[in-house]
Design a protein around this ligand. Structure first.
Ligand SMILES: NC(=O)c1ccc[n+]([C@@H]2O[C@H](COP(=O)([O-])OP(=O)(O)OC[C@H]3O[C@@H](n4cnc5c(N)ncnc54)[C@H](O)[C@@H]3O)[C@@H](O)[C@H]2O)c1
Ligand SMILES: [Zn+2]
Length: 690
């Protein structure tokens, strides 16, 4: 048995078995080609595709008698889509041979030197753009047509779409332009625009693009050029095709690039000219790290023999030039198994699902877990535990699961359920209406939230404990001296003596500050609890209108909404917080440690509203508010609005042209109000005096 890269070739395998393997690989690759080139919707990462392609290449290398002209290794891309008019290329648009390791580049250079019979070859070193290859044809200096690469021989006519890309000159700035001039380059979407595009797609509930190449290709291959025009696309030129009618003022690839630049075509300003393989590899390794800072995505470096006469001498093989090679960067995406989903709790109590992965090498490191963001993202991506997933790690960005490979879902795959309790402290975990994040409600005692909760509690606008900063809180929490805000009031000098860099004087000062903080106001205390959505001004409102902590702790969602400016989400968040037994225990401890404030009878007179249980019917047009607004006001105070009048109706609110409901109310003797009457009733019932 011999081993080459990822492929094991067993010499005992019969030729028939080999043929079968080859056939399966070809069919699989053809299917992925179709998805990638025609649909712009690949289902496997490039790294996985490249492995399949290499396997096929190696098998065919060992069994050349099995090579057929329709094998994907002998062809470029995929046939053009029928929806577009086809264009025959004057000279074929080829692919590039790939190199993944330094030694493959060294072998490439050795071969070139041998064939050219020279010791030192000059190369251009160009970023390999990850976009869509196109050919632009200028006749007498005017852009006449633009086409995709297609299968290399014939592509799709996308002239109208390309004309919408502002960086493509519509006319060459030359006094005597060539009669025929072809520019080859790549259509791209910039990283920043890709993010925006996907956000827009998501908002419109449309499919997002898996990567930048697909976004660029999908945007430019639109039947409606108006859509292309809206997608901020850019173009970079990297070569000249046919040049007729004038003498080319260049004999090297680098000169051709500079010439394109003078004609106002954007070119990669990172491109370089260098001699010898060492310089190629040095440039490659430098770009491996600096690529993240480029505004566009590149997936490798292309090395080309610089001298055009030498290029011609080296020529082509079926699908690729022999004078160039693409040195690919390590993959930023690959597939692996999603073994499980853990839930982590952050400093603010946010529960984040994290994928546990079978180790996978992406973006230059081995990754074993990746963020899944939140519950909605898991649903949107239809991720199940046990799935094969595509993991991405680009630059400094934390690894994430971008998609699943649906056809490889095992039968034992399980759905994920967001836990309804905090995995750290066991408190109820809730997701408030309109929010994406599920949070632990045990703010005052949850170990995950300890530091944050104590810092907030001690902050200037809360309990105002001077000298209790981040470093000190870290130490107190890490040494288990303080677990909840109540523990602060149990601190003694001896506990603090062991802390790093804590002089006796500052320890004393801190104890004095803690003691001083015991006398506070209800507003500060409510704010200090760190209830989600209860900021300083809401805390002040609650203290002012409710007056007493015990009363606040006993209020339900409807009652809380009677406090001005408190909506249903804030009310729910307050109720959830006080529902948590451990939070109430901490509050009790704080009080028994001597934390105190003044209370008053509150400004909310009658917490249970007069409208509770009352049924209203609205009819006719009210003079100054809409029926919907009136309905909202009634419901806000606990009343119910129904559509038909019956003996159960308490009030009928009638505007102009009231119709049958009015007559029925009169008949049943139900109380009828006009708008002014309704307003008075609402005011009397609001429970807020002054
Ligand atoms: N995930 C999938 O299902 C899937 C399917 C098919 C292909 N692919 C990916 O596509 C690759 C093959 O695509 P390909 O045949 O287009 O080859 P390629 O993209 O590897 O290389 C050839 C192309 O490079 C481009 N290029 C960018 N910068 C260049 C420069 N400076 N000079 C010259 N050319 C430059 C040109 O468009 C050219 O056509 C595979 O290696 C794989 O990564 C993935
Ligand atoms: Zn918790």
């Amino acid at each position: 048995m011999i081993t080459r890269g990822c492929l094991k070739i067993d010499m005992n395998d019969s030729i028939k078995t080999i043929q079968q393997q080859i056939q399966t690989l070809r069919e699989t690759i053809d299917m992925h080609n179709y998805r990638y080139y025609a649909l712009n919707a690949p289902t496997i990462p490039d790294a996985e595709y490249d492995r399949l392609f290499r396997q096929l290449q190696q098998l065919e290398q060992h069994y050349p008698q099995l090579i057929t002209s329709d094998s994907p290794t002998q062809r470029v891309g995929a046939a053009p889509l029928k929806e577009f008019i086809q264009v025959m290329h004057r000279t074929p648009m080829l692919s590039l041979k790939n190199a993944f390791e330094d030694r493959e580049v060294e072998a490439f250079d050795r071969r070139i030197r041998k064939e050219l019979k020279i010791d030192h070859v000059e190369y251009t070193l160009e970023p390999k753009f990850d976009g869509l290859a196109v050919n632009l044809t200028y006749e007498k200096g005017i852009l006449k047509s633009g086409a995709t690469r297609g299968d290399g021989e014939k592509g799709e006519n996308i002239t109208l779409n390309l004309r919408t890309i502002k960086s493509i000159p519509l006319r060459l700035s030359l006094e005597h332009p060539p009669s025929l001039f072809e520019v080859r380059g790549e259509v791209l979407i910039l990283k920043a625009d890709f993010e925006k595009l996907n956000q827009e797609q998501q908002k419109k509930n449309k499919k997002t693009f898996a990567n930048l190449r697909n976004a660029a290709a999908g945007s430019v291959k639109q039947l409606d050029p108006a859509i292309t025009a809206k997608r901020r696309l850019v173009f970079f030129a990297y070569g000249v095709g046919v040049h007729e009618g004038t003498a080319p003022p260049y004999t090297r690839q680098s000169e051709a690039m500079d010439y394109l630049k003078t004609l106002h075509f954007p070119i990669a300003c990172e491109y370089k000219v260098a001699i010898g393989v060492k310089a190629l590899l040095a440039y490659y390794h430098e770009m491996t790290t600096s690529r993240d800072k480029l505004p566009y995505e590149i997936d490798g470096i292309v090395y080309k023999v610089n001298d055009l006469a030498q290029q011609a001498k080296l020529g082509f093989v079926s699908r690729e030039p022999r004078f160039a090679i693409a040195h690919k960067f390590p993959a930023v995406e690959d597939v692996t198994d999603l073994v499980g989903i853990d839930v982590q709790v952050g400093r603010t109590g946010a529960l984040t699902p994290v994928a546990r992965l079978a180790p996978v090498f992406v973006g230059g490191v081995t990754v074993t877990n990746a963020t899944l963001h939140n519950e909605d993202e898991i649903k949107r991506k239809q991720i199940m535990i046990g799935d094969k997933v595509i993991v991405r790690r680009a630059g400094d960005v934390i690894p994430e699961v971008v998609a699943v490979v649906p056809e490889q879902r095992p039968s034992h795959a399980k759905s994920f359920l967001m836990p309804d309790h905090c995995p750290i402290c066991g408190a109820r975990a809730v997701r408030l209406p309109g929010e994406k994040v599920t949070r632990c409600t045990g703010g005052l005692f949850c170990p995950a939230q300890r530091k944050q909760a104590i810092l907030h509690f001690a902050s200037r606008r809360a309990m105002d404990i001077e000298g209790l900063g981040e470093k000190l809180v870290d130490q107190l929490v890490e040494n288990s001296i303080v677990r909840t805000p109540a523990d602060l009031y149990k601190l003694g000098l001896s506990a603090m003596a062991n802390l790093e860099r804590m002089a006796e004087k500052s320890a004393n000062n801190l104890l004095v500050a803690i003691e001083k903080s015991k006398r506070t106001t209800l507003a500060r205390f409510i704010y200090a609890l760190g209830i989600r959505h209860v900021g300083e001004s809401t805390a002040k409102d609650l203290a002012y209108y409710v007056g007493q902590l015990d009363r606040l702790m006993a209020m339900n969602v409807e009652q809380l909404q009677m406090v001005p400016d408190i909506g249903p989400v804030v009310a729910l968040s307050i109720v959830d917080f006080f529902a948590e037994k451990h939070n109430r225990e901490v509050i009790e401890q704080l009080r028994s440690c001597g934390v105190r404030w003044e209370e008053h009878s509150g400004k909310v007179r009658q917490i249970s509203s007069l409208l509770h249980g009352k049924t209203f019917v609205l009819t006719g047009t009210l003079p100054s508010i809409t029926r919907d607004a009136a309905k909202e006001k009634i419901e806000h105070l606990g009343g119910k609005v129904t559509s038909s009048v019956s003996t159960k109706t308490d009030y009928v609110v009638a505007g102009s042209d009231p119709g049958g409901k009015y007559d029925k109310a009169v008949k049943l003797g139900i109380k009828i109000l006009d708008e002014a009457g309704l307003m008075k009733l609402l005011q009397d019932s609001s429970g807020v005096s002054n």
